[in-house]
Design a binder for this molecule. Structure first.
Ligand code: G6P
Length: 475
């Protein structure tokens, strides 16, 4: 009997290839998706298809990468510099990303970006087609870089079970409508059987877009497309709870957290961690922190904002610009408010390993998340998972998907500098009992709805949908 396979497809593989001293090394990703899907793609016969984060110099290097990745069940899709420019930097990150994060003025509707997006999605489909696919196989496609892929794969085999998960928000249909290639994008996704998002709002936005733009009637959460029922559902993504929870309790991490706190003279430690991105509200956060120092002079010398910004998409112009603005603003706040003994903001533009991140979560009194728009935001869940042993306060933007799921955080509107500022004051003075109560409420959710649970229920639902469809066909 044929053993059905699972094929995962995402823009990036869960590893990247790095060229060092003439050698090609495999660097595993520490991301949640890689962990959550680890037990699946590593299983015999299953595979993960994606870009290895590397442009080979020649065919010899290509073959070498293919061979190195094969035992890990990973199949690379090689992209040229030109393809990366049009498909990844261009269409994915200068059209879809700004529109999906409610920044329409940042969108660049360049037809050549679209052409490259189509071409690269087709390239992914071609690599997929080479994998000896069987009707029984299950396919899980991830994120906005591959919105055309469900349809392309459906065209290869009508019977396959295809799931799509979007890790970023789906905007209201009036916003989505601005994209010149909106019909093609929607039709691309409708090749899937299950289309999933982090929040209820995202699913409603997507369903509305299908009705208002394509004229497809909705029945509850279901759409009829190409003679099939397509289900649109909510699956809020979790984190690897155990990893962060265990790390936070380990003597090594506790020791490191203590060192960090001592280094900052045990001042109130406000932590923020994000990729450099305009959707994260980094400038708004800095303005709010400045407002905090200005409005409450008594906190000067007593608090520190530890801001870790992870480099990202630095070849996209808006990201470069934001980087400069952050540098300028941090410099200005530190110059105006700092003194010989105290620097208000400790700013790092770097990526840290998971142990250092864990120590920061343990050390932090406050975790400050100010996203202007965020699919879920996993940082806040990692902070919560690291706080079973000690207190802390989570200040969370109501524009992040996590705010719809967690009970306990102090919620803020990131566009209100005053509100963030007042919330910082409240957090600093919150009683240990209230901190504990709020953390425990969130902990329960983060623990239960972890990444493994998310993967499990997604596949369970995909299978249920497959049997519903089979029954429909039999009728
Ligand atoms: C978000 C997206 C992911 C993406 C990640 C990092 O979380 O949802 O699809 O991989 O950002 O961005 P990058 O452009 O470096 O892949």
């Amino acid at each position: 009997m044929y053993k059905k396979r699972t094929i995962i497809i995402s823009n990036r593989l869960p590893v990247r290839i790095e060229r060092k001293d003439g050698k090609l090394n495999i660097i595993p990703s520490e991301g949640g998706l890689a962990t959550g899907l680890g037990s699946i793609y590593k299983e015999d016969g299953n595979i993960w298809i994606g870009w290895p984060g590397f442009v080979p110099k020649n065919d010899k290097e290509k073959v070498q990468v293919i061979e190195q990745l094969k035992p890990l069940n990973l199949v690379p899709v090689f992209l040229t510099e030109e393809e990366l420019e049009g498909y990844y930097e261009g269409f994915s990150n200068e059209v879809l990303w700004p529109i999906f994060h409610y920044h329409p003025s940042y969108a660049v509707y360049e037809p050549s970006y679209w052409e490259m997006y189509e071409k690269v999605n087709q390239k992914f489909a071609d690599i997929f087609a080479e994998q000896n696919i069987n009707d029984a196989d299950e396919i899980w496609i991830h994120d906005y870089q591959l919105m055309l892929l469900p349809k392309l794969i459906r065209a290869l085999n009508y019977r396959l079970s295809i799931g799509y998960f979007q890790h970023i928000p789906f905007p209201p249909d009036e916003l989505f409508r601005s994209i010149p290639w909106r019909d093609e994008l929607l039709k691309g996704l409708l090749g899937a059987d299950l289309i999933a998002f982090h929040t209820y709002n995202d699913t409603q936005h997507f369903l509305n877009a299908c009705t208002h733009i394509l004229g497809i009637p909705i029945q509850n959460n279901c759409l009829r497309s190409g003679g099939r029922s397509v289900y649109v559902e909510v699956f809020p993504m979790g984190i690897d709870f155990e990893k962060f929870n265990n790390l936070s309790k380990s003597p090594e991490i506790k020791k490191r957290a203590k060192e960090i706190r001592t280094f900052y003279n045990n001042r109130k430690f406000i932590l923020s961690i994000d990729r450099l991105d305009y959707s994260k509200g980094i400038l708004e956060r800095l303005r709010a922190f400045e407002c905090f120092l200005k409005t409450y002079p008594e906190v000067r010398n007593e608090v520190v904002l530890y801001m870790l910004v992870v480099p990202s998409r630095d070849s996209v112009p808006k990201y470069k610009q934001l980087h400069d603005e952050i540098n300028r603003m941090v410099g200005q706040i530190n110059a105006v408010y700092g003194n010989n003994e105290w620097t208000p903001i400790s700013y790092f533009y770097n990526s840290y390993d998971v142990k250092e991140l864990s120590a920061l979560y343990v050390a932090a009194d406050i975790c400050l998340v100010t996203s202007l728009r965020d699919g879920m935001n996993l940082v806040c869940k990692e902070f919560i998972a690291s706080k079973e042993d000690q207190n802390g306060v989570l200040i969370l933007s109501e524009m992040a998907g996590a705010s719809k799921e967690l009970i306990g955080p102090l919620l803020i509107n990131p566009n209100s500098i005053e509100e963030i500022c007042e919330c910082l004051k409240k957090a600093i003075h919150m009683s240990p009992a209230e901190q504990r109560k709020r953390l425990d409420d969130s902990l329960e959710i983060v623990k239960k709805f972890n990444i493994r649970h998310w993967v499990r229920i997604f596949f369970k639902r995909l299978r249920e949908i497959k049997s519903i469809q089979q029954r429909e066909h039999a009728r």
